[in-house]
Design a protein around this ligand. Sequence first.
Ligand SMILES: Cc1ncc(COP(=O)(O)O)c(C=O)c1O
Length: 414
Amino acid sequence: MQSNNFPIDDVRAQFPALNFKNHEQVFPIYFDGPGGTQMVQGCIDRILEYIETGMANLHGTFSTSIKTDDLLAEAKKAVGDLLNCPAEEIAFGQNMTSLAFQVSHSLRPLLKEGDEILVTQLDHRANVDPWIHLASETGASLRWIPVDKEKLVLDLTNLDSLINPKTKVVAVGLSSNLTGTVNDAKRIFKAAKKVNAITIADAVHAVPHFLINKQELGSDVLFCSAYKFFGPHLGIAAIKKALFEQLEIPKLQPAPNEIPYKLETGTQNHEAIAGLCGSISFIESLGSGANRRERLRSGMEAIETHELELVASLQQFLKSVPEVRLYRAAEEVPKTPTFAFRIDGIHSRQATKFFAEKFNLCIADGHFYASTMAEIFPVMETGGWIRIGFAPYNTMDEIEIFKKALRELLQRKT
Ligand SMILES: Cc1ncc(COP(=O)(O)O)c(C=O)c1O
């Protein structure tokens, strides 16, 4: 069924969770990439290797401590190549949300009453609420880039007035974890830079699907999360050196003052950081080129090509089912392979429960913390959305099983 050259069998062989059958001996179909992907073998191997060959804390004279120092340096360099920014700008943390909250605290001295913070209606609340908190702590006011409800894109018509000399922080997601819409963040950040605002990018749903170029994007701060791209539960922040040095990050006495360590409160999750190196190597292994950045670019392109084929098949099917209401921007709008939809007359939870129990299909329902969107439409009283999001290990055959499942669900209804 696979028509592109993507090495799907080889890729699937690297994800052991794909072979873990349920109690009825049915293989799982993971269609919840946006909620978190499965872990690639290279990541698992690196985690185990770190543990099995001896763990340690940093800055010691003995071999496992030196190994751990080297590991952190290796991981930051790999993330730097993934995002195109210097390794010294990379800090690790518990998850994206906690890092964003920490950064929002540290921005307090830079804001005052009367300033403005700009967020979007389309974003995951992890890239909204830390800035709401910042506004309430400083007396700044919060403004929103609205969503065009018909087009499912950010409405940038009034960008010129939304971003003005009072604007101090602009927080935008690179792509929506609900609709998959890829935002024109570069344009927004360019406008923000004209008034010297701090630009914050939530790249959590973007990094698994296209190559980020932090320098070109114009973001001062960028967050992502390794468990969304085949890795461990680990948050990542990339903060431009000049701003990072200025940030007054709440810290305890033993914490270093230097970047990037000043954001890394306490001992880090070294085994997860080892795993992260394995997940980045996986993307790299799908590509070719003279250096790691080039291999990552070509690896991401291979992933994109594969996912586009899956998108075409699922989209055509969902559009052909009269009961399905798809929430997806027009063809010309760039999108990740993430679909939100609802089924007429069927509660979203009832549908995902049926898919899970009958077909071992892992499909999520709800608002996925894009809760502003859920309020705007409003959908929560009737169960929110059903979301399918692909990862590189998904196949056309799995989509065929989903088609069968949906047809069966609709038949039961009648
Ligand atoms: C777009 C987006 N931003 C932020 C987050 C929060 O990330 P974390 O779970 O690392 O806090 C998520 C998680 O689903 C997300 O999809």
